[in-house]
Ligand binder design. Structure first.
Ligand code: ZN
Length: 466
């Protein structure tokens, strides 16, 4: 068998790995590359292979950097089945339409500029119709069930513990070329133990080859078990001085985890029961509904605290979901303390910008950062304590308190990754993807120190025969 590396090589977005086996071409993930605009367009538009020749797609999870280029693959001629878990298929219906909407709006904006300079106009990477065209191709399967997907190839999804529906695809392969049976495991994004809502990652016992992410291959996270204590502290401190708490959060994952933690704290009386909490993002409302449809795959704690008590983990007296623009605008006039959870997670676009604009000049308020902030984003500038930032092109002095919590990271850190990999028996080779070059190189050294000597870090376009 052969693997062609087509994305997330020495970087963290655009996850795509092409497996050639027994005459089939199987694409593992089909993510969007997110980076510099020019690069981004080229890398997302052009595949390093002919989409018409791909037979099967296997998706690890519904994050856009792993699944977001599916509509483009279909637009360019892919017609085969797309295997994923049931929650991933349901989540993607909202995620891909939202992604198409963002692409359409961005191209509209760019074309306005191009009209003025007389440059040729551009098309969106894909539109809502292209996203809709992908839905009939989804073949969702349950966790831990084996499914034959091609001649001599069986697929089984194990829980990755990263977000709802996230999976570790395990492929058992009868390779006709050398008549050998081989197990290829793709970690997808590997999560962490003790995350709110999400089951712990499944420990793979045995494999020949592992394609592993290494996003935090050289970093350690703060302890998740202390997260709620810190969250309560920050919330209560802000309330005491009469301020509001703004939490920028991605609509899939972090938003539901925040709701869950706040719900627990509300039930335990750790935050005042008079405190209004708003989730202001239409996509979050839809995504949260998908969580409600898949309560059975949520973790043991959620089952015990909420589901067995017939209590909705995502709804409580003081929590209000906001969809309409009018209601969102009305929040600006809210007097007194409250919590507003809104997207985007890196404070780049979306409703969070309006809330921040209204709150940034008041020292009583808190902007609570609970997720990763990439370089050049407004979120990153605030984390780096810049004194003046621009919102909608206008400068604002930063008086709001910026509090940072890394406890909620949904990725395994260096020790989690080492733990996971060193427990897999009979590993012949580890292939490190989905990590910046430094993280990948440092993690390779850590693996070698643990006695795992055959570690490969591919570059974009590399091929590996196994
Ligand atoms: Zn992910």
């Amino acid at each position: 068998m052969k693997i062609l590396f087509q994305g997330a090589d020495k970087e963290v977005t655009g996850s795509r790995h092409l497996l050639e086996i027994n005459g089939y071409k199987i694409l593992l993930d089909c993510g969007l590359y997110q980076g510099h605009r020019e690069d981004e367009r080229k890398k997302n538009t052009e595949f390093g292979f002919d989409p018409k020749e791909i037979d099967i797609v296997v998706l690890s999870h519904a994050h856009i950097d792993h699944s977001g280029n599916i509509p483009n693959l279909v637009k360019q001629g892919f017609k085969g089945p797309i295997y994923c878990t049931h929650p991933t298929a349901d989540l993607l219906k909202y995620m891909l339409l939202d992604s198409a909407y963002i692409q359409e709006r961005e191209v509209e904006y760019l074309n306005e500029k191009k009209k003025k300079t007389g440059e040729p106009l551009i098309e969106p990477l894909y539109d809502s119709q292209d996203a809709e065209d992908t839905f009939p191709l989804f073949r969702s399967i349950s966790f831990n069930e084996s499914q034959k997907i091609a001649k001599g190839v069986t697929l089984c999804f194990r829980a990755a513990g990263h977000i709802l529906g996230s999976a570790i695809p395990v492929l058992t392969i009868n390779d006709q070329a050398d008549s050998k049976t081989k197990t290829l495991v793709f970690s997808g994004d590997l999560g962490r133990k003790n995350m709110p809502l999400i089951q712990n990652p499944y420990q793979i016992e045995e494999a020949d080859y592992l394609i592993s992410e290494c996003t935090y291959g050289n970093r350690l996270h703060a302890n998740i078990l202390e997260a709620e204590e810190r969250l309560a502290e920050i919330v209560n401190k802000t309330i005491a001085r009469g301020g509001k708490i703004l939490i920028p959060a991605f609509s899939l994952g972090r938003t539901q985890e925040m709701i869950y933690s706040l719900h627990k704290m509300f039930n335990d009386g750790r935050i005042p029961d008079s405190l209004p909490i708003y989730v202001d993002s239409p996509l979050s409302v839809n995504v949260t509904d998908v969580f409600r449809e898949h309560l059975g795959v949520l973790d043991e704690e959620t089952q015990k605290l909420f589901i067995e008590q017939n209590e909705d983990p995502f709804g409580f007296a003081r929590l209000k979901y906001i969809q309409s623009v009018e209601e969102s605008k009305a929040l600006n006039n809210h007097k007194g303390p409250c919590i507003i959870i809104s997207s985007s997670g890196m404070v780049e676009h979306g409703r969070i910008l309006h809330h921040l604009k209204n709150s940034i000049e008041d020292h009583r308020n808190t902007l609570l950062i609970v997720g990763y902030q990439a370089q050049n984003t407004l979120g990153r500038k605030l984390v780096e304590k810049e004194k003046i930032v621009k919102i909608f092109g206008k400068p604002y002095p930063v008086k709001i308190e910026v509090a940072i919590m890394n406890e909620y990271s949904a990725h395994a850190d260096k020790n989690d990754l080492l733990d996971f990999i060193t427990q897999i028996k009979n590993l012949k080779k580890v292939i490190l993807v989905h990590g910046e070059e430094d993280a990948a190189e440092d993690f390779k050294t850590s693996l070698e120190e643990k006695g795992i000597k055959d570690v490969f870090i591919p570059s974009y376009g590399d091929t590996l025969e196994l």
